[in-house]
Design a binder for this molecule. Sequence first.
Ligand code: NDP
Length: 331
Amino acid sequence: MTATRWSLIGATTIAREWMVNAIRETGGEIVNVMSRDAARGRAFADEFGIPHAVTDLAAALDGVDAVYISTTNERHYAECMAAAKAGKHVLCEKPLATNYEDAAAMVEACRAAGVVMATNHHLRNAATHRAMRDAILAGKIGRPLAGRIVHAGTLPIQMLGWRLHTQGAGAGAILDLLVHDTDLMRFLTGDEPERVMTVAQNGGLAIAGIEDAAMSIVTFRGGFIAQMHDSFTTRYQRTSCEIHGDEGSLIAINNMAQAPAGTVTLRNQDGEVELPLVQEDYYVRGTRAFHAAIRGEGHPAVTGTDGLRSLAVALAARTSATTGKAEMVLS
Ligand code: NDP
């Protein structure tokens, strides 16, 4: 089997910390890395033994089968469209874009080009969340009625940049975090978000006009309701995800993270048990599924369309935070 040849579009923190390893661990070969800054790109290439560092997109797309796009969010659209046009498979970071129309065009361009497109929402790959989904599908909590996600903590120093000050790059807790929560709730319940109501806060970490925390309430088409707390500012909070059904509850603690972690407790008429988990790197698992999809074996863990759905909720939430009203999610 020949290795999938990759370009890393963006010499980024997420590529450095997780995705170089995930691509290689699952059989991919990284051919080049693209940065607008030649020196930064070269340093990144040297750090990871990547043969080429390039500064323009055409060079990045030359001689590769797939791209991993992890630049800031406003750049994903042009990079994805060019990659699809060149017939490259696309693994794109979330949020797919900073507006709905761009993200929809990206999904359509990949479909028309016949390439695999995936969104790098990592939390579906977590052992915690897969165990919760299995339990729900097995009827362990009856009918899922309500959920709650706390995706609140602090930003490590390497992330104290564009997220806090560059509106055009898709800064703020809503586009950065709520997209993950939404994707996770869709995965767990199989239900589709319909309306969202959000209040946003500036706690002084982000510049004025950009929210560094938000609380949202989402109603789903099938009747499920959920609350989400997304924040960069509450350093000592524990993350969690709860799904409550008419016959039981699932409670995950310390689960909304990048590194494998967390526990899940099932509470129902039989009492309380901790679900057994076999933890694996979330990004490795997702990239393995992406490689398989390229070979025609199944679908990516999170498709482009899934990324469009999570973005639609975040955009409606951002509007709601401004209008003060519940907003319909575009579909
Ligand atoms: P970074 O801030 O590390 O990099 C983003 C861009 O900023 C790069 O493309 C680069 O531009 C530029 N840049 C990088 N380092 C420097 C520097 N030292 N000085 C100046 N500019 C620099 O991005 P993140 O890794 O935090 O996020 C990238 C994407 O990944 C986003 O879409 C984000 O939402 C997503 N993400 C997803 C996660 C997940 O779990 N799925 C987790 C974290 C992020 P250039 O390429 O031109 O050099």
